[in-house]
Design a protein around this ligand. Structure first.
Ligand code: MCA
Ligand code: AMP
Length: 507
């Protein structure tokens, strides 16, 4: 597999250590990362991340340079900052698996992630305030400048874990998907092939840095190519306009972001010009509705390219830049990804008729290794060596994949975030004012789906306020898991078996 960041390798000054993997030899002075006014060249990144990698190695349980030693794990306080990018690169250079944390995660979810992944330290920006749940961990401040003091261990092997990313399921707390180094290298190189992604590209985005989309595609992607990323800190159409006008060539976003861009286009001709000037506009994490595709195409003359992925599989398919624009499809399997559709009974569907619906299963070097500490869930997720995505699709005559829905109604995609209904129900049921709770997703023009909570109050005469319940969810889980609406009922609809009939719950 070689180095994860061939472009960084020679940027580290006279180190006498192994190559690190970050900047193009020919131009270590090229800007690699830009967050607003703050930027790092490849040389500066190699120095800062190299210095931090040495400290991580020293703090960890592994004995530094011994390749067979257990490297332990390190948590990363993944605010949308330069420090987070340096921290992730440093952990990868040190060969220590990194667990990115959403800084807005509530108490219950954070306690679960820390207990489950057992990191030996947390990497954070010097100004970050960390919550009580992380107090017992050694804190390592992330420098954005520095000099590599100690030699780095040899590059970790392709199957060794690089990242552990927590993702929601239908029930229970989130599971940690263990992503090996080979999956990251494979997926980023397959995207290079599909998108002609090069060192000349300047990627613009405002995605959060604790998920695959923003961190692996959005930060590690440009670094693997020897290109540049400009992060907006927080997504706004104005930020997109500014950075694309100022030299950005690619934009990554979730459909909610493209919807907000489409809404802003009417009043902002400069935004239309900026989008029209980009080489590539890419949407993923959820389906981009056709009306948003059409509004953006009409105003800019550009077609948004959709790609389809998952935390567990990284990227599976994409519309190719050298192929036909096919709005409404997620394109064709990426290089190295095998994809099949199967019936309920496991029979493979071979028809390319645009009609026969089956579950998408994938296999390839892009697929994760396991759910951390969850052999049961890992076994259930595979059919032999095929990973069951739970996404339902058809295939057109030319092999383009069209996603039509999801197997589980208890998984909600809101703003591109995957949210398990069961997780929220459990937290609501812990509230003293709640007797029964059910959570559903309802169509939403901005978020794709919005979280709705259906509540039977413990005391119907004095129900808790909606604000109280949503604040409770935000404090225990995360703000994006907060119900956007709370509806009170006298009783929840149940079938003869006593199971809540969620399909009977709609607004
Ligand atoms: C939310 N808020 C509320 C409520 N709900 N306030 C009061 N009452 C409520 N019921 C608050 C939030 O706390 C936040 O506050 C604000 O409203 C917005 O919440 P948020 O959910 O962040 O929504 P948003 O501002 O509307 O953001 C839309 C967004 C965001 C920017 C598109 O959803 C986002 O960043 N999505 C990206 C998700 C993503 O990266 N997914 C990748 C995973 P405040 O204003 O204070 O912040 S999928 C993946 O990785 C796979 C591999 C793939 O295919 O990509
Ligand atoms: P996550 O587990 O958060 O990584 O979310 C992965 C899920 O997002 C997939 O299983 C799909 O349901 C959905 N998804 C990602 N990209 C797309 C897309 N382009 N179109 C439709 N759904 C998508």
């Amino acid at each position: 597999m070689g180095s994860l960041f061939p472009a960084l390798d020679s940027a580290a000054p006279g180190s006498g250590r192994r190559e690190t993997g970050l900047a193009p030899a020919e131009d270590p002075g090229k800007v690699a990362l830009r967050f607003g006014e703050r930027a790092l060249t490849y040389r500066e990144l190699a120095e800062a991340a190299g210095a931090l990698a040495g400290r991580i190695t020293a703090a960890g349980p592994g004995t530094g340079l011994r390749p067979d030693a257990d490297p332990g794990r390190v948590a990363l306080w993944a605010a949308p900052t330069l420090e987070t990018a340096v921290g992730a690169v440093a952990a990868l250079l040190a060969g220590v698996p990194v667990v990115p944390l959403n800084p807005r995660t509530g108490e219950r979810e954070l306690a679960h992630i820390v207990a489950d992944s057992a990191p030996f330290a947390v990497l954070a920006g010097p100004d970050d305030e960390l919550p009580a749940a992380l107090e017992a961990l050694e804190r390592v401040d992330i420098p954005v400048s520095g000099v590599t003091a100690t030699p780095l261990p040899p590059e970790a092997g392709p199957d060794s874990p690089a990242l552990i990313v927590y993702t929601s399921g239908t029930t229970g707390p989130p599971k940690g998907a263990v992503l090996p180094r080979r999956a990251i290298a494979t997926t980023l190189d397959a995207l290079q092939d599909a998108w002609q992604w090069s060192a000349d590209d300047v990627l613009v985005h405002g995605l959060p840095l604790f998920h695959v989309h923003g961190l692996i595609l959005g930060i590690l992607g440009p670094l693997r190519r020897g290109g540049q990323v400009r992060h907006l800190g927080r997504f706004t159409p104005e930020g997109v306009r500014r950075e694309l006008t100022g030299g950005g060539t690619m934009l990554f976003g979730v459909p909610t972001m493209y919807h907000r861009l489409a809404e802003a286009l009417d009043d902002d001709p400069e935004l239309a010009k900026a989008l029209a000037g980009a080489r590539l506009l890419v949407s993923g994490s959820a389906a981009l509705p056709l009306p948003d595709h059409e509004r953006i195409a009409a105003a800019t003359g550009r077609r948004v390219v959709e790609r389809y992925g998952m935390t567990e599989t990284l990227m599976n398919t994409s519309v190719r830049v050298d192929g036909e624009a096919r709005p409404g499809t997620v394109g064709v399997p990426l290089r190295g990804v095998s994809l099949r559709l199967v019936e309920e009974d496991g029979t493979e569907i071979t028809a390319l008729d645009g009609e026969t619906i089956g579950e998408i299963q994938v296999r390839g070097e892009n697929v994760f290794t396991e759910y951390l500490n969850r052999p049961d869930a890992t076994a259930a997720a595979f059919d032999g060596d095929w990973f069951r995505t739970g996404d339902m699709a058809v295939r057109d005559a030319d092999g383009h994949v069209r996603i039509v829905g999801r197997k589980a109604t208890d998984l909600i995609k809101s703003g591109g975030y995957k949210i398990g209904a069961g997780e929220i129900e459990n937290v609501l049921l812990d509230h003293p004012g709640v007797r029964e709770a059910a959570v559903t997703g309802e169509p939403d023009p901005d978020l794709g789906e919005r979280v709705v909570a259906w509540i039977v109050a413990a005391d119907p005469q004095a129900p808790p306020s909606a604000g109280d319940l949503t604040a409770h969810v935000a404090s225990q889980l995360a703000p994006h898991k907060r119900p956007r609406e709370v509806r009170f009922l006298d009783v929840l609809p149940r079938n003869d078996m006593g199971k809540i009939m969620k399909r009977a719950l709609h607004g």
